[in-house]
Design a protein around this ligand. Sequence first.
Ligand code: CA
Length: 236
Amino acid sequence: MNHNCLVLVVEDDAPVRSLITTTLKAHSYRYLTAATGEGAVMETASHGPDVILLDLGLPDMDGVEVIGRVRSWSNTPIIVISARSEDSDKIEALDAGADDYLTKPFSVEELLARLRVTQRRLALMERGEVQQAVYENGPLRVDYASGCVCLNGEEMKLTPIEYKLLSLLAQNTGKVLTHKFILQHVWGSGWESNVGSLRVYMASLRKKLEGASGSPQYIQTHIGIGYRMLKIEDAF
Ligand code: CA
């Protein structure tokens, strides 16, 4: 599967770039590189990579600006690479349309794990599964038309908010959603700062979804950032 996956590596730091490309090569990914934001936009437009690994600190423009420009015409999954430990730049990048993030220094295993999740998301997008009327993820089944959610063949009793939360996460499987994004989509604008309520509803949804012994972990918590629904094979 990796043989067909073309990764654009955008990184101005040569040693980091070479570490990434060496890893990609060793795992049979094809790759392109760019050392600037302008270069990234150009390579994306001319070669249509499957995944973009994007360093946020570039010499000519901010990585977030690159995301905005690429998103004006392309849905290519973007994994941002952040040198800062603060969450604000990652949140800004995710809200601008990035799918996932890595924090420097990262391990080869982390990089490969993020790529696997992104490739699975890509496959879901290509097969049109994200838009389908029925969502299936392991023993979880969401029928959007009837509003029915089943786990292991049994109907789950969800409140309207829990159902909206679950639907939003399911429709964005593989993508990290920020607190702000979730609050805007589930509660509406004006509720962006209500992270406390979100936590309470998320805890109760997770209890219903993952509470039974042996239930897979569907929802990944990104502390200070947000949440992500995983295809259960991706859990890491
Ligand atoms: Ca940099």
